[in-house]
Design a binder for this molecule. Structure first.
Ligand SMILES: Cc1cc2nc3c(=O)[nH]c(=O)nc-3n(C[C@H](O)[C@H](O)[C@H](O)COP(=O)(O)OP(=O)(O)OC[C@H]3O[C@@H](n4cnc5c(N)ncnc54)[C@H](O)[C@@H]3O)c2cc1C
Length: 479
């Protein structure tokens, strides 16, 4: 077995490529890093998590209390009474869960800064199936309860509910849309479909929720004749809608118009990898940090309807931003054909893979392939007194995007740069090999970004090498 090529400075030289950063259009006098007004510091995590848990717990308690208090003892003893009561409680819980599920993916900036979008999406994914199970239980229990009360068959009761009760038909259509989103999100189903198809099905969940809301207020026992309960529930749902519209539509629209981003330059950054420099207005007012990503929408006929996440590969400089994209599928490949002047809309910045996450003054930055891009931007943004060791992995030196810039920045910081090249099967990435490269690794914060398997291995190796879990930070390129 051949050993992977490991080098300390100076690393093997990648082929010379035209420089795109700082942008050549920027006059030499202004080629300094414009200090961005650092985005608001991330709130202390435990505080944010505690506040969130307390608010969610309070809402859950109120919903449960409303569901239970709408029962009477005599109704419970009537035929079908228990099933109907359980149906009402599961309906309230399902409705409440739907609001929380929507809010978890609403990209609320303070929450996003405290917890990170990837963690919020993990919670969204874990809670969503329970919302759907409760929804199904609600539909079945109410049908059974009403059928027993009316002493009729289940099918006859379904017909009765659909055609005689206000809002039940639209709620059924809404539930079908919610279930479709749930089914298409199962890993096996999702792997078989294009991301864009999955996304479009997911978009219909908002319609599904809207359709199901009407029957809750019009026919729900906790609300009929209870104006206070109706006001609380309506405020909860309308509030969630306002939050979604504000942070998923309003804020991105405002920022896109304000900063007026356009493609300025496209140049190769490695095999099938492109650097895209964007110019814009007032970029010093964009609250971003190295290591963050944005959802990019390139306003060209065939691309405008898709927004894809790409990390900044340098912090903004003199009116310019840069992303670095590896061709993987249709969207990333199409970007190499963009023409200068193309308008760009964006959502974000998002992510907690930033200098704010550090717990110590010494860091190890690890990047593989195009995963080196947020690491490159992070390097711009770490405070001057941070001691950095950078470990970059690529099959060949030219596979490591922006290697020349890494060299320059690491030298400037008097840090250490290791490049790890060679075929994958020759690479050992375990605790002893990390320890050999970085003997003081246990006292450092470790930032990792790369393909899933690579990231998992580095995270495990770092833990085994004694790095506390709270000092390990990773960015995942798969949602
Ligand atoms: C937080 C984050 C930061 C990223 N930063 C970079 C970067 O700096 N440079 C880079 O080259 N790549 C980056 N990626 C990966 C990049 O988003 C995907 O490679 C790209 O979206 C693939 O789209 P496609 O149409 O070319 O390929 P497809 O073949 O359509 O997709 C390939 C895979 O990418 C994922 N994907 C596709 N579209 C999206 C989407 N809109 N949102 C989320 N995931 C999607 C899917 O899991 C899919 O299986 C990042 C991803 C994430 C989540």
């Amino acid at each position: 077995m051949t050993a992977p090529h490991l080098s300390r400075q100076p690393p093997p030289k990648p082929p010379v490529r035209p420089r795109n950063w700082p942008p050549p259009s920027v006059p030499p006098s202004s080629r300094h890093v414009v200090r961005m007004p650092h985005r608001f510091p991330a709130p202390r995590r435990p505080l944010a998590v505690d506040a969130l848990a307390a608010a969610a717990g309070l809402g859950l308690g109120i919903s449960l209390a409303l569901g239970i208090s709408s029962q009477t003892v005599s109704a419970l003893h009537a035929p079908g009474g228990i099933a109907t009561a359980l149906g009402r409680v599961t309906g309230m819980l399902s409705g409440y869960a739907m609001v929380v599920i929507v809010l978890l993916s609403a990209r609320i900036p303070p929450l996003e800064r405290a917890l990170g979008q990837d963690r919020l999406i993990v919670w969204h994914r874990r809670l969503a199936p329970w919302g759907l199970y409760l929804l199904l239980a609600h539909a079945v229990l109410i049908t059974v309860g009403y059928a027993r009360a009316a002493k009729t068959g289940l099918l006859a009761e379904i017909g009765q509910l659909l055609w005689s009760y206000a809002g039940i038909l639209s709620a059924t259509v809404g539930s079908a849309l919610l279930l479709a989103a749930g089914v298409t999100s199962y890993r096996r189903a999702r792997r078989r479909m294009k991301y864009e198809t999955w996304w479009a099905v997911h978009l219909y969940t908002y319609l599904g929720l809207g359709l199901s809301f009407i029957h809750q207020i019009d026919t729900g026992a906790p609300f009929v004749g209870h104006p206070l309960a109706t006001t609380w529930w309506t405020s909860l749902w309308v509030g969630a809608l306002v939050v979604v519209l504000t942070f998923r539509v309003g804020l991105p629209l405002y920022r896109s118009v304000r900063h007026d981003l356009r493609v300025a330059q496209i140049s190769p950054a490695g095999p099938n990898t492109w650097s895209i420099v964007l110019s814009g207005r007032h970029l010093e007012k964009l609250p971003t940090a190295g290591g963050q990503f944005m959802m990019w929408r390139f306003l060209r006929r065939e691309l405008w309807w898709q927004a894809h996440p790409y990390s900044l590969s340098a912090t903004p400089q003199a009116g310019h931003l840069r992303i670095t994209v590896k061709e993987l599928g249709d969207h990333s490949t199409a970007l190499s054909c963009l023409t200068p002047g193309t308008r760009v809309a964006f959502e974000g910045p998002y992510g907690v893979f930033t200098a704010d996450a550090r717990q110590s003054r010494n860091v190890l930055l690890v990047g593989a392939g195009v995963g080196a891009t947020p690491i490159r931007a992070l390097l711009d943004d770490l405070p001057r007194d941070t001691h950095v060791v950078v470990l970059l992995r690529g099959t060949r030196p030219e596979d490591i995007a922006h290697l020349d810039e890494f060299e320059r920045l690491v030298t400037k910081r008097r840090g250490l740069l290791h490049t790890l090249t060679g075929p994958r099967h020759t690479l050992r990435l375990d605790a002893p090999s990390l320890h050999t490269l970085v003997p003081d690794i246990a006292g450092r914060d470790v930032f990792v970004c790369g393909p899933d398997e690579f990231t998992r291995r580095v995270v495990t190796a770092a833990r085994d090498a004694g790095v506390p879990a709270a000092h390990i930070h990773h960015e995942d390129f798969t949602f």
